[in-house]
Design a protein around this ligand. Structure first.
Ligand code: NAD
Length: 512
Protein backbone atom coordinates (compact mmCIF):
# COMPACT_ATOMS: atom_id res chain seq x y z
CA UNK A 1 0.00 0.00 0.00
CA UNK A 2 0.86 3.65 -0.24
CA UNK A 3 2.89 4.50 2.88
CA UNK A 4 0.64 7.50 3.56
CA UNK A 5 0.62 9.04 7.01
CA UNK A 6 -2.29 8.16 9.24
CA UNK A 7 -5.17 10.70 9.29
CA UNK A 8 -6.35 11.75 12.78
CA UNK A 9 -9.91 11.21 11.47
CA UNK A 10 -9.31 7.47 10.91
CA UNK A 11 -10.50 6.44 14.42
CA UNK A 12 -13.70 8.43 14.04
CA UNK A 13 -14.38 6.79 10.64
CA UNK A 14 -13.88 3.35 12.20
CA UNK A 15 -16.29 4.20 15.05
CA UNK A 16 -18.95 5.50 12.65
CA UNK A 17 -18.59 2.44 10.44
CA UNK A 18 -19.23 0.10 13.35
CA UNK A 19 -22.50 2.00 13.92
CA UNK A 20 -23.78 1.37 10.39
CA UNK A 21 -21.96 -1.75 9.10
CA UNK A 22 -22.04 -5.30 10.52
CA UNK A 23 -18.59 -5.92 12.04
CA UNK A 24 -17.48 -2.38 11.17
CA UNK A 25 -14.94 -3.53 8.57
CA UNK A 26 -14.93 -2.31 4.97
CA UNK A 27 -16.09 -4.74 2.35
CA UNK A 28 -19.00 -5.43 0.03
CA UNK A 29 -22.49 -5.86 1.44
CA UNK A 30 -24.03 -9.01 -0.02
CA UNK A 31 -27.17 -10.64 1.37
CA UNK A 32 -26.79 -9.10 4.83
CA UNK A 33 -23.09 -9.98 5.23
CA UNK A 34 -19.92 -7.99 4.67
CA UNK A 35 -17.61 -9.83 2.25
CA UNK A 36 -13.91 -9.00 2.11
CA UNK A 37 -12.60 -8.60 -1.43
CA UNK A 38 -9.95 -10.76 -3.06
CA UNK A 39 -8.51 -8.10 -5.38
CA UNK A 40 -5.81 -5.43 -5.02
CA UNK A 41 -5.50 -3.24 -1.91
CA UNK A 42 -7.19 0.16 -2.10
CA UNK A 43 -6.60 3.18 0.18
CA UNK A 44 -9.12 5.77 1.32
CA UNK A 45 -7.48 9.18 1.73
CA UNK A 46 -8.86 12.02 3.83
CA UNK A 47 -9.33 14.98 1.44
CA UNK A 48 -9.09 17.41 4.37
CA UNK A 49 -5.53 16.42 5.40
CA UNK A 50 -4.16 13.99 2.79
CA UNK A 51 -3.74 11.23 5.44
CA UNK A 52 -4.81 7.58 5.29
CA UNK A 53 -8.34 6.92 6.57
CA UNK A 54 -8.65 3.20 5.89
CA UNK A 55 -7.69 0.44 3.46
CA UNK A 56 -9.69 -2.37 1.90
CA UNK A 57 -9.47 -4.88 -0.94
CA UNK A 58 -11.11 -4.64 -4.36
CA UNK A 59 -14.18 -6.95 -4.35
CA UNK A 60 -13.15 -9.14 -7.31
CA UNK A 61 -15.05 -11.81 -9.30
CA UNK A 62 -16.18 -14.11 -6.44
CA UNK A 63 -17.92 -11.26 -4.60
CA UNK A 64 -19.54 -10.09 -7.87
CA UNK A 65 -20.81 -13.63 -8.46
CA UNK A 66 -22.23 -13.85 -4.91
CA UNK A 67 -24.01 -10.49 -5.31
CA UNK A 68 -25.53 -11.48 -8.66
CA UNK A 69 -26.77 -14.82 -7.27
CA UNK A 70 -28.30 -13.11 -4.21
CA UNK A 71 -29.97 -10.52 -6.48
CA UNK A 72 -31.53 -13.22 -8.69
CA UNK A 73 -33.29 -14.96 -5.79
CA UNK A 74 -34.24 -11.79 -3.94
CA UNK A 75 -35.75 -10.16 -7.04
CA UNK A 76 -38.15 -13.10 -7.53
CA UNK A 77 -39.30 -12.80 -3.91
CA UNK A 78 -39.61 -9.02 -4.18
CA UNK A 79 -41.73 -9.05 -7.35
CA UNK A 80 -43.89 -11.75 -5.74
CA UNK A 81 -44.92 -9.37 -2.93
CA UNK A 82 -47.94 -7.10 -3.22
CA UNK A 83 -47.19 -3.58 -4.46
CA UNK A 84 -48.37 -2.20 -1.11
CA UNK A 85 -45.92 -4.48 0.77
CA UNK A 86 -43.07 -3.23 -1.43
CA UNK A 87 -44.09 0.34 -0.60
CA UNK A 88 -44.02 -0.38 3.14
CA UNK A 89 -40.51 -1.88 2.83
CA UNK A 90 -39.20 1.18 0.95
CA UNK A 91 -40.70 3.42 3.63
CA UNK A 92 -38.80 1.35 6.22
CA UNK A 93 -35.51 2.07 4.41
CA UNK A 94 -36.29 5.80 4.55
CA UNK A 95 -36.97 5.54 8.30
CA UNK A 96 -33.62 3.75 8.86
CA UNK A 97 -31.80 6.46 6.90
CA UNK A 98 -33.45 9.09 9.12
CA UNK A 99 -32.50 7.13 12.27
CA UNK A 100 -28.81 7.01 11.21
CA UNK A 101 -28.79 10.44 9.55
CA UNK A 102 -26.11 12.07 11.67
CA UNK A 103 -23.69 9.12 11.42
CA UNK A 104 -24.18 8.92 7.64
CA UNK A 105 -23.65 12.67 7.23
CA UNK A 106 -20.49 12.67 9.33
CA UNK A 107 -19.11 9.61 7.52
CA UNK A 108 -19.72 11.26 4.14
CA UNK A 109 -18.06 14.47 5.34
CA UNK A 110 -14.96 12.68 6.64
CA UNK A 111 -14.52 10.30 3.73
CA UNK A 112 -15.61 12.48 0.77
CA UNK A 113 -14.57 15.89 2.15
CA UNK A 114 -18.03 17.42 1.67
CA UNK A 115 -19.04 20.18 4.11
CA UNK A 116 -21.24 18.88 6.92
CA UNK A 117 -23.91 21.49 6.12
CA UNK A 118 -24.22 19.85 2.66
CA UNK A 119 -24.11 16.21 3.75
CA UNK A 120 -26.83 16.71 6.38
CA UNK A 121 -29.08 18.05 3.62
CA UNK A 122 -28.15 15.23 1.26
CA UNK A 123 -28.93 12.50 3.82
CA UNK A 124 -32.39 14.01 4.39
CA UNK A 125 -32.91 13.96 0.61
CA UNK A 126 -31.97 10.26 0.49
CA UNK A 127 -34.69 9.50 3.05
CA UNK A 128 -37.14 11.53 0.91
CA UNK A 129 -36.21 9.48 -2.15
CA UNK A 130 -37.25 6.23 -0.47
CA UNK A 131 -40.41 7.88 0.89
CA UNK A 132 -41.34 9.31 -2.53
CA UNK A 133 -40.92 5.97 -4.30
CA UNK A 134 -42.64 4.09 -1.45
CA UNK A 135 -45.73 6.03 -2.49
CA UNK A 136 -45.33 5.07 -6.15
CA UNK A 137 -45.22 1.27 -5.60
CA UNK A 138 -49.01 0.74 -5.71
CA UNK A 139 -49.64 3.51 -8.25
CA UNK A 140 -47.39 2.26 -11.02
CA UNK A 141 -50.05 0.75 -13.28
CA UNK A 142 -50.40 0.31 -16.99
CA UNK A 143 -53.09 1.58 -19.34
CA UNK A 144 -56.02 0.15 -21.25
CA UNK A 145 -55.53 0.91 -24.95
CA UNK A 146 -58.72 1.38 -27.04
CA UNK A 147 -57.63 -0.88 -29.93
CA UNK A 148 -60.00 -1.12 -32.96
CA UNK A 149 -60.45 -4.93 -32.69
CA UNK A 150 -62.51 -7.04 -30.26
CA UNK A 151 -59.59 -7.27 -27.83
CA UNK A 152 -59.00 -5.93 -24.39
CA UNK A 153 -55.45 -4.55 -24.71
CA UNK A 154 -53.59 -3.43 -21.63
CA UNK A 155 -50.01 -2.67 -20.59
CA UNK A 156 -47.97 -3.78 -17.60
CA UNK A 157 -44.78 -2.08 -16.37
CA UNK A 158 -42.51 -4.96 -15.41
CA UNK A 159 -39.03 -4.87 -13.82
CA UNK A 160 -35.90 -5.63 -15.85
CA UNK A 161 -34.61 -8.01 -13.13
CA UNK A 162 -31.10 -7.28 -11.84
CA UNK A 163 -29.90 -3.72 -12.40
CA UNK A 164 -26.20 -2.81 -12.13
CA UNK A 165 -25.59 0.78 -11.00
CA UNK A 166 -22.17 2.46 -11.16
CA UNK A 167 -21.71 5.78 -9.34
CA UNK A 168 -19.01 8.50 -8.97
CA UNK A 169 -17.33 10.10 -5.93
CA UNK A 170 -18.86 13.60 -5.80
CA UNK A 171 -22.13 12.82 -3.97
CA UNK A 172 -21.89 9.11 -3.17
CA UNK A 173 -24.81 8.57 -0.76
CA UNK A 174 -27.14 10.98 -2.59
CA UNK A 175 -26.46 9.23 -5.90
CA UNK A 176 -26.92 5.77 -4.41
CA UNK A 177 -30.32 6.68 -2.94
CA UNK A 178 -31.32 8.50 -6.14
CA UNK A 179 -30.83 5.30 -8.17
CA UNK A 180 -31.64 2.52 -5.68
CA UNK A 181 -35.08 3.85 -4.64
CA UNK A 182 -36.73 3.96 -8.13
CA UNK A 183 -35.05 0.68 -9.16
CA UNK A 184 -36.58 -1.13 -6.17
CA UNK A 185 -39.95 0.63 -6.58
CA UNK A 186 -40.13 -0.77 -10.11
CA UNK A 187 -39.50 -4.32 -8.79
CA UNK A 188 -35.81 -4.78 -9.60
CA UNK A 189 -32.86 -6.03 -7.57
CA UNK A 190 -29.79 -3.75 -7.42
CA UNK A 191 -26.06 -4.42 -7.52
CA UNK A 192 -24.40 -1.04 -6.98
CA UNK A 193 -20.69 -0.28 -7.42
CA UNK A 194 -19.78 3.11 -5.94
CA UNK A 195 -16.52 4.88 -6.72
CA UNK A 196 -13.52 3.06 -5.21
CA UNK A 197 -12.60 6.45 -3.67
CA UNK A 198 -15.84 6.80 -1.66
CA UNK A 199 -17.51 3.44 -0.96
CA UNK A 200 -18.34 3.89 2.74
CA UNK A 201 -21.76 5.54 2.80
CA UNK A 202 -23.02 3.45 -0.15
CA UNK A 203 -21.99 0.26 1.64
CA UNK A 204 -23.70 1.59 4.78
CA UNK A 205 -26.90 2.25 2.78
CA UNK A 206 -26.75 -1.32 1.45
CA UNK A 207 -26.52 -2.60 5.04
CA UNK A 208 -29.52 -0.47 6.05
CA UNK A 209 -31.54 -1.91 3.13
CA UNK A 210 -30.73 -5.39 4.44
CA UNK A 211 -32.06 -4.38 7.85
CA UNK A 212 -35.32 -2.89 6.53
CA UNK A 213 -38.39 -4.94 7.41
CA UNK A 214 -39.96 -6.52 4.33
CA UNK A 215 -37.02 -6.09 1.99
CA UNK A 216 -35.58 -9.50 0.98
CA UNK A 217 -31.91 -9.94 1.96
CA UNK A 218 -29.72 -9.63 -1.11
CA UNK A 219 -32.14 -7.36 -2.98
CA UNK A 220 -29.52 -4.61 -2.69
CA UNK A 221 -25.83 -5.50 -2.82
CA UNK A 222 -23.08 -2.90 -2.78
CA UNK A 223 -19.67 -3.83 -4.20
CA UNK A 224 -16.63 -2.08 -2.72
CA UNK A 225 -14.13 -2.07 -5.53
CA UNK A 226 -12.58 -0.56 -8.63
CA UNK A 227 -14.23 0.20 -11.98
CA UNK A 228 -12.20 -1.72 -14.57
CA UNK A 229 -12.20 -4.88 -12.38
CA UNK A 230 -15.27 -5.20 -10.15
CA UNK A 231 -17.48 -2.69 -12.01
CA UNK A 232 -16.68 -4.17 -15.44
CA UNK A 233 -17.37 -7.72 -14.16
CA UNK A 234 -20.81 -6.68 -12.87
CA UNK A 235 -21.69 -4.87 -16.14
CA UNK A 236 -20.66 -7.90 -18.25
CA UNK A 237 -22.37 -10.50 -16.02
CA UNK A 238 -24.94 -12.59 -17.91
CA UNK A 239 -27.63 -11.88 -15.26
CA UNK A 240 -27.39 -8.09 -15.70
CA UNK A 241 -30.53 -6.74 -17.38
CA UNK A 242 -29.99 -2.95 -17.18
CA UNK A 243 -26.95 -0.76 -16.48
CA UNK A 244 -27.34 2.70 -14.95
CA UNK A 245 -24.13 4.71 -14.97
CA UNK A 246 -23.41 8.09 -13.33
CA UNK A 247 -19.96 9.50 -14.07
CA UNK A 248 -17.69 10.75 -16.82
CA UNK A 249 -18.53 10.58 -20.53
CA UNK A 250 -15.37 8.54 -21.20
CA UNK A 251 -16.20 5.74 -18.73
CA UNK A 252 -19.90 5.96 -19.66
CA UNK A 253 -19.17 5.27 -23.32
CA UNK A 254 -17.06 2.22 -22.41
CA UNK A 255 -19.71 0.87 -20.04
CA UNK A 256 -22.64 1.40 -22.43
CA UNK A 257 -20.65 -0.38 -25.16
CA UNK A 258 -19.92 -3.30 -22.81
CA UNK A 259 -23.63 -3.55 -21.91
CA UNK A 260 -24.68 -3.32 -25.56
CA UNK A 261 -22.48 -6.33 -26.39
CA UNK A 262 -24.95 -8.39 -24.31
CA UNK A 263 -27.95 -6.42 -25.74
CA UNK A 264 -28.42 -4.85 -22.32
CA UNK A 265 -29.82 -1.29 -22.29
CA UNK A 266 -28.21 1.53 -20.33
CA UNK A 267 -28.98 4.90 -18.80
CA UNK A 268 -26.06 7.37 -18.78
CA UNK A 269 -25.95 10.36 -16.41
CA UNK A 270 -22.75 12.13 -17.45
CA UNK A 271 -20.98 15.44 -17.02
CA UNK A 272 -21.71 18.95 -18.23
CA UNK A 273 -20.45 22.44 -19.05
CA UNK A 274 -23.60 24.30 -18.13
CA UNK A 275 -24.24 27.94 -19.04
CA UNK A 276 -25.56 30.42 -16.48
CA UNK A 277 -26.87 33.38 -18.52
CA UNK A 278 -27.34 36.79 -16.89
CA UNK A 279 -29.20 39.51 -18.82
CA UNK A 280 -28.84 43.21 -17.95
CA UNK A 281 -32.50 43.38 -16.81
CA UNK A 282 -32.02 40.65 -14.15
CA UNK A 283 -32.23 41.19 -10.39
CA UNK A 284 -28.44 41.39 -10.09
CA UNK A 285 -28.34 40.72 -6.34
CA UNK A 286 -30.11 37.40 -6.81
CA UNK A 287 -28.13 36.58 -9.92
CA UNK A 288 -24.89 37.15 -7.94
CA UNK A 289 -25.77 34.68 -5.19
CA UNK A 290 -27.19 32.30 -7.80
CA UNK A 291 -23.94 32.39 -9.78
CA UNK A 292 -21.95 31.56 -6.63
CA UNK A 293 -24.18 28.60 -5.73
CA UNK A 294 -24.07 27.43 -9.35
CA UNK A 295 -20.30 27.02 -9.57
CA UNK A 296 -18.91 27.04 -6.03
CA UNK A 297 -21.46 24.77 -4.28
CA UNK A 298 -19.85 21.37 -3.64
CA UNK A 299 -16.52 23.02 -4.61
CA UNK A 300 -17.73 22.84 -8.20
CA UNK A 301 -17.71 19.03 -8.10
CA UNK A 302 -21.25 18.88 -9.32
CA UNK A 303 -22.47 17.56 -12.65
CA UNK A 304 -24.86 20.54 -13.05
CA UNK A 305 -22.28 23.17 -12.02
CA UNK A 306 -22.85 26.50 -13.81
CA UNK A 307 -19.25 26.58 -14.97
CA UNK A 308 -19.78 29.08 -17.80
CA UNK A 309 -21.10 32.52 -16.86
CA UNK A 310 -22.54 34.27 -19.90
CA UNK A 311 -23.14 37.87 -18.91
CA UNK A 312 -24.48 40.79 -20.96
CA UNK A 313 -21.69 43.14 -22.01
CA UNK A 314 -23.44 46.18 -20.44
CA UNK A 315 -23.10 44.68 -16.92
CA UNK A 316 -20.08 42.43 -17.51
CA UNK A 317 -17.41 44.51 -15.72
CA UNK A 318 -19.60 45.35 -12.71
CA UNK A 319 -20.92 41.80 -12.36
CA UNK A 320 -17.47 40.18 -12.52
CA UNK A 321 -16.10 42.69 -9.99
CA UNK A 322 -18.91 42.00 -7.51
CA UNK A 323 -18.71 38.23 -8.05
CA UNK A 324 -14.93 38.21 -7.56
CA UNK A 325 -15.31 40.20 -4.34
CA UNK A 326 -17.92 37.70 -3.08
CA UNK A 327 -15.82 34.67 -4.15
CA UNK A 328 -12.97 35.85 -1.94
CA UNK A 329 -15.29 35.82 1.08
CA UNK A 330 -16.98 32.41 0.80
CA UNK A 331 -15.78 30.32 3.79
CA UNK A 332 -13.35 27.64 2.54
CA UNK A 333 -12.13 25.21 5.16
CA UNK A 334 -12.44 21.98 7.12
CA UNK A 335 -15.52 20.08 5.96
CA UNK A 336 -16.43 19.17 9.55
CA UNK A 337 -16.82 22.88 10.46
CA UNK A 338 -20.52 23.83 10.16
CA UNK A 339 -19.49 27.31 8.89
CA UNK A 340 -17.57 25.86 5.90
CA UNK A 341 -19.27 26.36 2.54
CA UNK A 342 -16.44 25.04 0.35
CA UNK A 343 -14.50 21.98 1.50
CA UNK A 344 -11.52 20.29 -0.14
CA UNK A 345 -11.47 18.73 -3.60
CA UNK A 346 -12.27 15.02 -3.22
CA UNK A 347 -8.90 13.61 -4.33
CA UNK A 348 -5.38 14.61 -5.33
CA UNK A 349 -5.80 13.56 -8.96
CA UNK A 350 -8.81 15.87 -9.33
CA UNK A 351 -6.93 18.70 -7.57
CA UNK A 352 -4.04 18.28 -10.02
CA UNK A 353 -6.46 18.29 -12.95
CA UNK A 354 -8.10 21.53 -11.75
CA UNK A 355 -4.73 23.20 -11.13
CA UNK A 356 -3.50 22.19 -14.58
CA UNK A 357 -6.64 23.45 -16.34
CA UNK A 358 -6.47 26.85 -14.59
CA UNK A 359 -2.78 27.23 -15.46
CA UNK A 360 -3.48 26.31 -19.10
CA UNK A 361 -6.35 28.83 -19.24
CA UNK A 362 -4.25 31.73 -17.96
CA UNK A 363 -1.44 30.61 -20.28
CA UNK A 364 -3.94 30.84 -23.15
CA UNK A 365 -4.85 34.44 -22.26
CA UNK A 366 -7.64 34.29 -19.65
CA UNK A 367 -7.45 36.78 -16.77
CA UNK A 368 -7.54 35.51 -13.19
CA UNK A 369 -10.22 37.63 -11.48
CA UNK A 370 -10.36 35.54 -8.26
CA UNK A 371 -8.72 32.50 -6.66
CA UNK A 372 -6.36 30.33 -8.69
CA UNK A 373 -4.87 27.98 -6.09
CA UNK A 374 -4.91 26.79 -2.48
CA UNK A 375 -6.02 29.49 0.04
CA UNK A 376 -2.96 30.65 2.03
CA UNK A 377 -4.53 29.72 5.40
CA UNK A 378 -4.99 26.07 4.32
CA UNK A 379 -1.59 25.44 2.71
CA UNK A 380 -0.17 23.55 5.70
CA UNK A 381 -3.15 21.26 6.22
CA UNK A 382 -2.09 18.70 3.60
CA UNK A 383 -5.67 18.86 2.31
CA UNK A 384 -6.74 19.24 -1.32
CA UNK A 385 -8.10 22.80 -1.15
CA UNK A 386 -8.70 25.11 -4.12
CA UNK A 387 -10.07 28.67 -3.85
CA UNK A 388 -13.20 29.77 -5.72
CA UNK A 389 -11.71 30.82 -9.04
CA UNK A 390 -12.98 33.18 -11.74
CA UNK A 391 -11.42 33.39 -15.20
CA UNK A 392 -12.44 36.41 -17.25
CA UNK A 393 -11.59 37.25 -20.86
CA UNK A 394 -12.13 33.64 -21.91
CA UNK A 395 -12.33 33.02 -25.67
CA UNK A 396 -15.41 30.98 -26.66
CA UNK A 397 -13.23 28.33 -28.29
CA UNK A 398 -10.72 28.08 -25.38
CA UNK A 399 -10.43 24.70 -23.65
CA UNK A 400 -11.65 26.22 -20.35
CA UNK A 401 -14.88 27.30 -22.12
CA UNK A 402 -15.47 23.80 -23.57
CA UNK A 403 -14.14 21.12 -21.21
CA UNK A 404 -15.59 20.09 -17.87
CA UNK A 405 -13.30 21.08 -14.97
CA UNK A 406 -15.34 19.56 -12.11
CA UNK A 407 -13.95 22.07 -9.63
CA UNK A 408 -14.67 25.63 -8.34
CA UNK A 409 -13.61 27.31 -11.58
CA UNK A 410 -15.83 29.73 -13.50
CA UNK A 411 -15.21 30.82 -17.11
CA UNK A 412 -16.80 34.19 -17.95
CA UNK A 413 -17.91 35.10 -21.49
CA UNK A 414 -19.70 38.37 -22.37
CA UNK A 415 -22.52 38.51 -24.97
CA UNK A 416 -24.33 41.30 -26.82
CA UNK A 417 -27.85 39.97 -27.40
CA UNK A 418 -30.21 37.07 -26.73
CA UNK A 419 -29.37 35.22 -29.94
CA UNK A 420 -25.65 35.31 -29.13
CA UNK A 421 -26.28 34.17 -25.54
CA UNK A 422 -28.24 31.12 -26.75
CA UNK A 423 -25.65 30.33 -29.45
CA UNK A 424 -22.80 30.48 -26.90
CA UNK A 425 -24.76 28.39 -24.36
CA UNK A 426 -25.41 25.69 -26.95
CA UNK A 427 -21.85 25.70 -28.35
CA UNK A 428 -20.82 22.63 -26.36
CA UNK A 429 -21.34 18.92 -26.92
CA UNK A 430 -22.73 18.66 -23.37
CA UNK A 431 -26.37 19.40 -22.49
CA UNK A 432 -27.01 18.73 -18.82
CA UNK A 433 -28.32 22.03 -17.41
CA UNK A 434 -28.44 25.79 -17.78
CA UNK A 435 -30.03 28.90 -16.33
CA UNK A 436 -31.29 32.29 -17.41
CA UNK A 437 -31.61 35.39 -15.19
CA UNK A 438 -33.90 38.07 -16.58
CA UNK A 439 -36.64 40.49 -15.54
CA UNK A 440 -38.69 39.65 -18.62
CA UNK A 441 -40.92 36.58 -18.19
CA UNK A 442 -41.24 35.96 -21.91
CA UNK A 443 -37.48 35.92 -22.36
CA UNK A 444 -37.15 33.40 -19.52
CA UNK A 445 -39.45 30.97 -21.34
CA UNK A 446 -37.93 31.67 -24.77
CA UNK A 447 -34.40 30.97 -23.61
CA UNK A 448 -35.50 27.92 -21.59
CA UNK A 449 -37.00 26.48 -24.78
CA UNK A 450 -33.92 27.33 -26.87
CA UNK A 451 -31.29 25.80 -24.55
CA UNK A 452 -30.19 22.29 -25.50
CA UNK A 453 -30.14 20.93 -21.93
CA UNK A 454 -32.07 18.47 -19.77
CA UNK A 455 -32.69 20.94 -16.92
CA UNK A 456 -33.15 24.73 -17.16
CA UNK A 457 -33.72 27.19 -14.32
CA UNK A 458 -35.26 30.63 -14.79
CA UNK A 459 -34.08 33.10 -12.11
CA UNK A 460 -32.58 30.31 -10.04
CA UNK A 461 -29.94 27.59 -10.08
CA UNK A 462 -29.41 24.01 -8.86
CA UNK A 463 -32.85 23.20 -7.42
CA UNK A 464 -33.57 19.54 -8.06
CA UNK A 465 -36.11 17.20 -6.52
CA UNK A 466 -36.80 13.47 -6.60
CA UNK A 467 -40.27 14.19 -8.05
CA UNK A 468 -38.89 15.90 -11.17
CA UNK A 469 -37.11 14.15 -14.07
CA UNK A 470 -33.35 14.69 -14.47
CA UNK A 471 -30.96 13.80 -17.27
CA UNK A 472 -28.87 15.02 -20.16
CA UNK A 473 -28.98 15.94 -23.80
CA UNK A 474 -26.03 15.20 -26.11
CA UNK A 475 -22.73 14.24 -24.42
CA UNK A 476 -24.40 14.57 -20.99
CA UNK A 477 -26.10 11.22 -21.50
CA UNK A 478 -29.43 9.60 -22.18
CA UNK A 479 -32.36 8.25 -20.16
CA UNK A 480 -33.92 10.00 -17.18
CA UNK A 481 -33.54 9.64 -13.42
CA UNK A 482 -36.04 10.61 -10.70
CA UNK A 483 -39.74 11.33 -10.94
CA UNK A 484 -42.13 9.12 -12.89
CA UNK A 485 -39.66 9.02 -15.79
CA UNK A 486 -37.14 7.05 -13.72
CA UNK A 487 -39.81 4.38 -13.26
CA UNK A 488 -40.14 4.15 -17.04
CA UNK A 489 -36.36 3.70 -17.30
CA UNK A 490 -36.42 0.98 -14.62
CA UNK A 491 -39.29 -0.98 -16.22
CA UNK A 492 -40.10 -2.55 -19.56
CA UNK A 493 -43.64 -2.32 -20.88
CA UNK A 494 -45.58 -5.45 -21.77
CA UNK A 495 -48.67 -5.29 -24.01
CA UNK A 496 -51.35 -7.94 -23.27
CA UNK A 497 -54.07 -8.76 -25.82
CA UNK A 498 -57.21 -10.60 -24.58
CA UNK A 499 -59.83 -11.72 -27.10
CA UNK A 500 -63.32 -10.72 -25.91
CA UNK A 501 -65.49 -11.62 -28.95
CA UNK A 502 -67.92 -14.57 -28.56
CA UNK A 503 -66.99 -15.69 -32.07
CA UNK A 504 -63.65 -14.18 -33.00
CA UNK A 505 -63.02 -13.56 -36.69
CA UNK A 506 -60.45 -16.06 -37.95
CA UNK A 507 -58.22 -14.35 -40.47
CA UNK A 508 -55.71 -17.12 -41.06
CA UNK A 509 -55.34 -20.86 -40.84
CA UNK A 510 -57.45 -23.99 -41.40
CA UNK A 511 -60.78 -24.17 -39.53
CA UNK A 512 -61.71 -27.86 -39.12
P1 NAD B 1 -15.64 8.14 -13.55
O1 NAD B 1 -16.36 8.00 -14.84
O2 NAD B 1 -14.16 8.12 -13.54
O3 NAD B 1 -16.10 6.97 -12.56
C1 NAD B 1 -17.44 6.75 -12.26
C2 NAD B 1 -17.63 5.31 -11.82
O4 NAD B 1 -17.35 4.44 -12.91
C3 NAD B 1 -16.72 4.87 -10.67
O5 NAD B 1 -17.47 4.05 -9.80
C4 NAD B 1 -15.66 4.04 -11.39
O6 NAD B 1 -15.07 3.07 -10.56
C5 NAD B 1 -16.52 3.39 -12.47
N1 NAD B 1 -15.79 2.88 -13.64
C6 NAD B 1 -14.75 3.46 -14.29
N2 NAD B 1 -14.38 2.66 -15.33
C7 NAD B 1 -15.20 1.59 -15.34
C8 NAD B 1 -15.33 0.42 -16.16
N3 NAD B 1 -14.52 0.21 -17.20
N4 NAD B 1 -16.31 -0.47 -15.89
C9 NAD B 1 -17.16 -0.27 -14.85
N5 NAD B 1 -17.07 0.80 -14.01
C10 NAD B 1 -16.11 1.73 -14.26
O7 NAD B 1 -16.23 9.48 -12.90
P2 NAD B 1 -15.79 10.20 -11.54
O8 NAD B 1 -14.45 10.83 -11.76
O9 NAD B 1 -15.95 9.24 -10.41
O10 NAD B 1 -16.93 11.32 -11.41
C11 NAD B 1 -16.88 12.55 -12.05
C12 NAD B 1 -17.77 12.56 -13.28
O11 NAD B 1 -19.11 12.18 -12.96
C13 NAD B 1 -17.91 13.96 -13.86
O12 NAD B 1 -17.78 13.94 -15.27
C14 NAD B 1 -19.31 14.38 -13.47
O13 NAD B 1 -19.86 15.39 -14.25
C15 NAD B 1 -20.04 13.08 -13.56
N6 NAD B 1 -21.31 13.12 -12.79
C16 NAD B 1 -22.52 13.12 -13.47
C17 NAD B 1 -23.72 13.19 -12.77
C18 NAD B 1 -25.07 13.20 -13.47
O14 NAD B 1 -26.07 12.93 -12.85
N7 NAD B 1 -25.16 13.52 -14.74
C19 NAD B 1 -23.70 13.24 -11.38
C20 NAD B 1 -22.48 13.24 -10.73
C21 NAD B 1 -21.29 13.17 -11.45
Amino acid sequence: MSGLTHSPAAERVAALLSDVLPGGRIGSVVAGAVMTGTGAGLDLVNPADGGLLASYRDAGPDVVEAAMAAARDAQRAWWGLSAAARGRALWAVGALVRRHAEALAELETLAAGKPIRDTRGEVAKVAEMFEYYAGWCDKLHGAVIPVPTSHLNYTRHEPHGTVVQITPWNAPLFTAGWQIAPALCAGNAVVLKPSELTPLTSVALGALCDRAEGLPRGLVSVLAGAGPTTGAAAVAHPDTRLVVFVGSAEAGARIAAAAARNIVPSVLELGGKSANIVFADADLGRALTGAQAAIFGGAGQSCVAGSRLLVHRAIHAEFVARLSHAAGRIPVGMPTDPATQIGPINNRRQLDKITGMVQAATGAGATLAAGGGCPAALRDTGGFYFSPTILDGVAPDAAIARDEVFGPVLAVLPFDDEAEAVALANATPYGLAGAVWTGEAGRGHRVAAALRAGTVWVNGYKTINVASPFGGFGRSGFGRSSGYEALMAYTQTKSVWVETAAEPAVAFGYVG
